[in-house]
Design a protein around this ligand. Sequence first.
Ligand SMILES: NC(=O)C1=CN([C@@H]2O[C@H](COP(=O)(O)OP(=O)(O)OC[C@H]3O[C@@H](n4cnc5c(N)ncnc54)[C@H](OP(=O)(O)O)[C@@H]3O)[C@@H](O)[C@H]2O)C=CC1
Ligand SMILES: N[C@@H](C=O)C(=O)O
Length: 263
Amino acid sequence: MTTSPSVAVITGASSGIGAVYAERFAARGYDLLLVARREDRLRELAAKLESLHGINVQTLTADLAKESGMQAVEEALRSNERISVLVNNAGVAHLAPFTAGSAELHQADIALNITALTRLSLAALTRFQAQNSGTIINIASVVSLHAIAGSAVYSGTKGYVLNFTRGLQQEIEGSNVRIQAVLPAVTATEIWEVSGVSMDHLAPESIMTTENMVDAALAGLDQGEAVTVPPLHDLALWEAYETARLAIFDASRTGVPAPRYQQ
Ligand SMILES: NC(=O)C1=CN([C@@H]2O[C@H](COP(=O)(O)OP(=O)(O)OC[C@H]3O[C@@H](n4cnc5c(N)ncnc54)[C@H](OP(=O)(O)O)[C@@H]3O)[C@@H](O)[C@H]2O)C=CC1
Ligand SMILES: N[C@@H](C=O)C(=O)O
């Protein structure tokens, strides 16, 4: 009896980081379900990966900032029992002063970066927990840890992705389900043109290729990391940050205002 390959669902697979995740999961023998709005790009990538790797690739054209798009992907995640990987990668950035953006623009960015990621995680994780297997990869950002002028909404959404992932990781502890948060820094993709900041304005030495970013992130996944920061060389910095973060949380359970606030 032959068993069908598992399926990896990759959102935002029509360019950049998502397209490389598609290639890497194809090389690992997965069938794919590729999601984005640009159908021509998805079909082109699907044809290439099918012919290179002999796998089956489905495409789903969906706007994940819209209810109908979210529902279409939720339905696939709920109904296809072969899906064992979800890469929540689709995301958008508009890097400009907060008050220069409209309510509609901010709402659409939040819908894609937060709402869609949350709903697709729910659809996938419900089944993954029931079958005690499956992997979710959530693409956050180093700006999950820091915000600068012009990145308030984008950093806010990516902060959500990191903390949301941390919460889920606590809930699945002890099971065979895996959830990883990936925090890329500057990576050479189209997101920069969309964001309003050209990559030409960035320090060339700070820019990582999509291939290096995804390969490092997958190495982190294979090593069992919960949070992977591909370009961070000094791991001691991360460990100090984690230690301080947890220490502040624990030390805040005093029930008493700190002396500096007592008048
Ligand atoms: N590049 C960087 O420097 C960094 C990127 N990231 C994150 O990496 C992820 C991937 O981005 P990246 O590869 O850089 O950028 P790209 O712009 O190359 O890719 C974004 C992907 O998301 C898809 N997408 C955008 N809007 C929608 C939508 N409304 N519905 C469905 N799909 C959508 C795009 O496809 P389509 O337009 O066809 O819909 C595209 O496939 C994002 O979450 C981003 O925040 C994090 C840190 C750094
Ligand atoms: N995507 C980048 C900004 O647009 C980032 O997360 O650093």
